[in-house]
Design a protein around this ligand. Structure first.
Ligand SMILES: Nc1nc2c(ncn2[C@@H]2O[C@H](COP(=O)(O)OP(=O)(O)OP(=O)(O)O)[C@@H](O)[C@H]2O)c(=O)[nH]1
Ligand SMILES: [Mg+2]
Length: 321
């Protein structure tokens, strides 16, 4: 589709990329073919995940991070994933408004992704869009996800550096431990740090990190205080991202991480393709009624039925000797 991996993208390239992202999100069949063609041009962007509770200031923070990267002359892509926006409808507009300042900057590409959660393919859509931005030549890709449920875990599988955002006074000090986020952050941010309680969150976080054994790891996750609305602390945050990147690139850290992430990605793709294949088969051959009544009547167990389905499929596909 004529997208060049240099920094000067033509309007046609940008339009084509936008269209491809939309088609991927809408699961238009041909879109996957176009993504396949682009795949060899991916793997160059540095991917930063930003996760945290709703309203913790992630978008404002990302907006400020864009400033820092742009001042360095780096091109930036942003994927703002919001699983709840499909219901509330408000957040997407919020992202657009908060990052509005960058709307006319050709070096910045912002894409919001409304989706109903990971089961519907949030992870794949987000990964697909990261790949398109990567192929467009964006040097930095930032993925913003609301830290609820499985999302924050999934974003870790896509990001090279994961940033977890906390805020003071969000109820109990246990917000860090409860959500299990001490395990996933490479860098922790205490945003809205001008508010009362920043000290306390930081102390609680530090002890949670200690208990989780994260303070005597190869990488001790730094805690950065920011005030995203004014931009305070954001250059320091970016510096920590670079420091983490440098540490990853030493030795085999990055290579191992990429392999592990690729494995997860591949398994997810395989799983969804296999599932889709069998669902189609069951539907097309009208097998649901008899299968379900057999199962409900306990004439067969689900394990045997699944094995039967798979072995029939394999027997059917086996080439003639
Ligand atoms: N006082 C203060 N307010 C902030 C700060 N950072 C962000 N906010 C405000 O917090 C509100 C939420 O900010 P967003 O950037 O939309 O937060 P978010 O985490 O992206 O929100 P969702 O995407 O809806 O989960 C906005 O009104 C921001 O202006 C900060 O450092 N201090
Ligand atoms: Mg947001």
């Amino acid at each position: 589709m004529g997208m060049k991996n240099n920094r000067k993208l033509t309007a046609v390239d940008i339009l084509a990329a936008s269209r491809l992202m939309r088609d991927l999100e809408d699961r238009i069949p041909g879109a996957l073919e176009r993504l396949k063609d682009l795949y060899t041009k991916t793997g160059r962007a540095y991917v930063i995940g930003v996760t945290g509770a709703p309203g913790s200031g992630k978008s404002t923070l990302v907006d400020r991070m864009i400033d820092v990267f742009r001042k360095e002359g780096k091109t930036v892509g942003v994927v703002a994933v919001d699983p709840s926006s499909a219901f509330s409808g408000g957040a997407i507009l919020g992202d657009r408004i908060r990052m509005q300042r960058h709307a006319t900057d050709e070096g910045v590409f912002i894409r919001s992704l409304a989706t109903r959660g990971c089961l519907g393919g949030l992870c794949r859509s987000a990964q697909d869009i990261i790949n398109v931005m990567d192929a467009m030549g964006k040097e930095i890709v930032i993925v913003e996800t609301v830290g609820v449920g499985q999302n924050e875990i999934d974003v870790v599988h896509m990001a090279h550096t994961s940033v977890v955002v906390l805020v003071p006074g969000m109820g109990d000090e246990m917000q860090a431990i409860k959500a299990g986020i001490v395990e996933i952050g490479d860098i922790f941010v205490i945003n809205k740090c001008e508010r009362e309680g920043a000290e306390k969150v930081e102390g609680d976080l530090r002890s949670a990190l200690g208990m989780a054994g994260r303070l005597n790891d190869g990488w001790e996750p730094p805690i950065v205080r920011t005030e995203a609305t004014s931009g305070k602390g954001v250059p320091e945050l970016v510096t920590e991202v670079y420091r983490h990147k440098a540490v990853l690139e030493q030795g085999h850290g990055l290579a191992e991480k990429l392999k592990e992430q690729m494995k997860i990605t591949f398994l997810k793709v395989l799983e969804s393709m296999v599932m889709e294949h069998f669902l189609n088969k069951i539907q097309e051959e009208g097998l649901w009624d008899s299968m379900l009544s057999d199962l409900v009547q306990r004439r067969v167990d689900p394990y045997t039925l699944a094995e039967r389905l798979i072995s029939e499929e394999l027997a059917g596909k086996r080439p003639e000797a």
